[in-house]
Design a protein around this ligand. Structure first.
Ligand SMILES: NC(=O)N[C@@H](CC(=O)O)C(=O)O
Ligand SMILES: [Zn+2]
Ligand SMILES: [Zn+2]
Length: 427
């Protein structure tokens, strides 16, 4: 038996930071007390003096590009990036090549995740073959092979009939349908949010109705089928309102927001800079305020990064050419802590609720909580030493972050997964 004692950290107890010691026995948390005087000798003491000891964060939305686009990221680098951000459980999107759209491909994907993943991983299967068209995957077979949920992330499901059939199947299997909501007939080849800023910059805009119209369709279908319908990266005020109304009507709908949609708006785009190109695009300042309000009133359930690495060369291009997506795993906690908790808008307990507790609880993952008997998945953050986000520190292959150079608090000091060091023990 391996025993490790984390001494003198600060834990959230009843919503407040309090000094605590945590005893880890092998892969589990065996004791949490204000002061543990180990009567049995421990193998190692980790000094957490002055650090926030958090349950490991849970990210329901990451892109690891492996197999198929390993110049952008791999399971190894993407999961290490997650560990660097304090994440100990991540859910990988299926827009890899080949996509996990058959039971055999799912088994291969899970084997790769198992072999190379530095943190706990779960894996989305696609909704349709190769994430396009209208041919539904073998949902029962994919569930049996180990799929976590179904998503065509990267693209919306274009026809209502296909979404309806997918939801009926998924409901029967008690699996969630996780939607990238985007009606292709309403995007007009845009590269940023359609509004006064896109007009000023002369860049083609994406109207926010392309998201809202599809979510409105889907909550209707979710009500009819009873499926757990989860909306990815909600970006507009109107979409928040549709989800708020659906929840009030008793529809089993949950949703996430990405850190960048909370932190930035189209007003931050001052020129043609692909570091600000992502899908859905940054909305207006009113959209951003509505997302914050949606989190605070419970309409939005959780925060997920949509970590979407691309190569430096791809993102050096004009917004007209560069791919959509920015990285997020390594900056999410520190940025949100600095901009929302330090400023008093969110409490630390709320932030951890949205980044760890809720994502695990809503999807039935044994994660997100610091309790005796729970897996020893923990992150130690420094909430007091100012530092600067430097892409040289990134473990991701992607450097496509608009937050490089930001002055932050909340740097990750150490991350443990199942009692083992995955980040920081030698940093
Ligand atoms: N968010 C993005 O802008 N890009 C994602 C796809 C997606 O999440 O829709 C990607 O895979 O690059
Ligand atoms: Zn998406
Ligand atoms: Zn995504």
């Amino acid at each position: 038996m391996m025993k490790r004692l984390i001494k003198n950290g600060q834990c959230l107890i009843d919503g407040h930071l309090q000094v605590c010691d945590i005893l880890i026995t092998d892969d589990k948390i065996s004791q949490i007390e204000q002061h543990i005087t180990a009567d049995v000798p421990v193998d190692q003491i980790i000094d957490a003096q002055g650090l926030f000891v958090s349950p490991g964060l849970v990210d329901l939305h990451v892109h690891l590009r492996d197999p198929g686009q390993t110049d952008k990221e791999t399971v190894k680098t993407g999961s290490l990036a997650a560990a660097h951000g304090g994440y100990t459980t991540i859910a990988a999107m299926p827009n890899v090549i080949p996509a996990p759209d058959t039971p055999q491909r799912m088994r291969e994907m899970l084997a790769l995740n198992q072999r190379d993943g530095a943190v706990h991983m779960v894996q989305y299967a696609t909704i349709t073959t190769e994430r396009g068209g209208d041919e539904l995957v073998d949902m029962a077979g994919l569930k049996a092979a180990g799929a976590f949920a179904f998503s065509n992330d990267g693209n919306g499901v274009q026809t209502a009939g296909t979404m309806y059939q997918a939801m009926k199947q998924a409901a029967k299997l008690q699996m969630a349908v996780v939607a990238h909501a985007e009606d292709d007939s309403l995007t007009y080849g845009g590269v940023m949010h359609e509004g006064s800023v896109s007009k000023r910059l002369g860049l083609p805009g994406i109207p926010s109705v392309s998201e809202t119209a599809q979510v409105a369709r889907d909550v209707t279908l979710a009500a009819a089928t009873g499926v757990h319908y989860h909306v990815c990266h909600v970006s507009s005020a109107a979409t928040v309102q549709v989800i708020r109304a659906a929840k009030a009507a008793g529809v089993h709908v949950t949703c996430e927001v990405s850190p960048h949609h909370l932190l930035l708006s189209d007003e931050d785009i001052t020129g043609d800079n692909a570091m600000f190109k992502m899908n859905p695009p940054l909305g207006s300042e009113q959209d951003r305020q509505a997302l914050i309000a949606g989190l605070l009133d419970g309409t939005i359930d959780l925060i997920a990064t949509d970590h979407a690495p691309h190569t430096d060369a791809e993102k050096a291009q004009s917004m007209l050419k560069a791919p959509f997506g920015i990285t997020g795993s390594e900056t999410a906690f520190a940025m949100l802590y600095t901009k929302f908790v330090k400023t008093g808008l969110f409490s630390l307990a709320q932030l951890i609720n949205w980044m760890a507790v809720q994502p695990a609880a809503l999807f039935g993952l044994n994660a997100g909580r610091l309790t005796e008997g729970a897996p020893a998945d923990l992150a130690l953050f420094d909430l007091t030493t100012p530092t600067t986000i430097d892409s040289a520190d990134f473990l991701s292959k992607g450097h496509n972050s608009p937050f490089i150079g930001e002055h932050i608090l909340g740097k990750t000091v150490r991350t443990l997964v199942a009692g083992k060091d995955v980040y920081g023990s030698k940093h």
